[in-house]
Design a protein around this ligand. Sequence first.
Ligand SMILES: C[S@@+](CC[C@H](N)C(=O)[O-])C[C@H]1O[C@@H](n2cnc3c(N)ncnc32)[C@H](O)[C@@H]1O
Length: 297
Amino acid sequence: MADSSARGSSARDASAHDAWFRDNRANWDDRSAVHEASGYGIEELVADPGRISSVLAQDRERLGDLSGHDVIHLQCHLGTDTVSLKRLGARRVVGLDLSPESLRRARRIAARAGAEIDFVEANVYDARSAVEGCFDLVYTSVGVLCWLPDVAAWARVVASLLRPGGRFLIRDVHPMLETIGEDVTDGLRIQQPYFERPEPMTWDDDVSYVAAPEGGPAITHGVNHQWNHSLSEIITAVLQAGLVLDSFEEYAHSDWAPWPELMVQDGDRYRLREDPDRLPMQFVLAAHRPADDGRDT
Ligand SMILES: C[S@@+](CC[C@H](N)C(=O)[O-])C[C@H]1O[C@@H](n2cnc3c(N)ncnc32)[C@H](O)[C@@H]1O
């Protein structure tokens, strides 16, 4: 069962959360096929044992040498970043995700890439009971918090997975970017909530942030539910879960192009063509669990 605080206190809230997660799982199962067919850097990762994903490459220096470290990657999707964490030297690597189809593909990709990874199917709110042991690093990246209704409950799960002294790193879409809708015919306008709300924003979409080739797999389960969380809600959640903030950065680039007509590609990333400093698109937060916080585990 999920952390009850993530699903609300009443039976009605719990069943609403279950229904939202069910829709999101079906949507991500479909997206996994579309993403694999799109390329997603998979063949490059398989062909070159020294390669790491373009997302993880941005965190390589922050992460350092992971030799001998136990690592859990939350919301690992197709496991391209998970394989990369293994390649940075990690000892035990666990990838956790809600979507069984993402994990089926991730297992196959990791086997082809020669990376030994334990992939676990679970809701992130259930991660503590789904996985044995504690970790030196919890990592999660790019497109994760928007799928979670309660950022405070999520941060408590992250803290519960860390060993004393263990580190946490999240690179994610900036909540200001999440406030701008898809329709930018009138320019960048705030159309969606900035602060966390109990009710989700619900869409029915047959597209994802990358496209399958013509005639490839389709998204038939389009209904999906998302939530935004403000910067202060994210940072407060991490601090109240007992972690110590080490750094917090904001960036004007994205790993994909939310509005292709307004953006230019710069290497593996995308920026606004005009005045990119107008909008933060990503943030990176690093924190750690104190070595002597008095918790038993
Ligand atoms: C945008 S992807 C993460 C991107 C990832 N960095 C990558 O390599 O592509 C979001 C992932 O979160 C997963 N997810 C969504 N809600 C979840 C939940 N409540 N618990 C666990 N995983 C969840 C989805 O199944 C999906 O694989």
